[in-house]
Design a protein around this ligand. Sequence first.
Ligand code: DHB
Ligand code: FE
Length: 292
Amino acid sequence: MANITCGLGTSHIPLLGHIIDKGESADEKWAPIFDGFQFTKQWIKEKKPDVVILVYNDHATAFDMKIIPTFAIGCGEEYRPADEGYGARPVPIVKGAPKLAWHITESLIKQGFDMTIVNEMDVDHGLTVPLSMVFGEVEEWPCQVIPLAVNTVVYPAPTGERCLALGKAIRTAVEQFPEDVNVQVWGTGGMSHQLLGERAGLINREWDLAFMDDLQSDYDKLAAISQVEYIRESGTEGCEMVMWLIMRGALNHQVNEIHRHYHVPVSNTALGHLIYENADIAVDLKAAEDVA
Ligand code: DHB
Ligand code: FE
């Protein structure tokens, strides 16, 4: 049986990709950012996921104002790093996991999530930057990836409740896949940031840290946050944080936070990163009973 073992949340700030691609990630001035991923780089070597379901938003790269899928799942064989205006990132082609992706798609649609199916698309910094931050500079990405693109760019983005429910449905789908596959779900984007307009540069550290605190056990509270509240409190692009709720929904009720990193500023945003491991299943059943 396939199984979701771990979840990871991280910002996907394009500057981080530029620094890595220029060979400057070991530069002392960037240490406060990159040091927070040293643990992660070791951890992922032990965990060795076969497949990462990578939840991200496309930044008007593969999609634009003509077509805006709310939830899109990649069922293709591979995805090329996108040219976002300054050439494609010199990182490996992302290998898909079509068999598992089609299985998840069928299951999600039967569970009431009418996914947009994507067989061909280029993937932008939202997807490639997290891969670089976790796996570093590699010849090939050491796992397959199922891209799950969420509209957080054009109002209205999906609600936190719907994102949490999608995560739960993804868990159901994965657990019904008959092959042994070690799956992780990553939620990307955030933390607080606003790139344009009068409030450009907005950072709300208190909000970000409370979000990270509540995500472990109080995620239902976070799921109730409206998009307007995200925008007011965490900036126009802060609403990318709903994607972390998809990751959270895909995990057990009880998780252990085994790593956390938060740093301001990166570009003109806040960077957040954490790792959850599922608590063992016996503990989780107990926790679910206690909540009921
Ligand atoms: C920036 C872009 C993003 O998509 C994001 O999530 C954070 C920061 C930026 O351009 O700095
Ligand atoms: Fe983004």
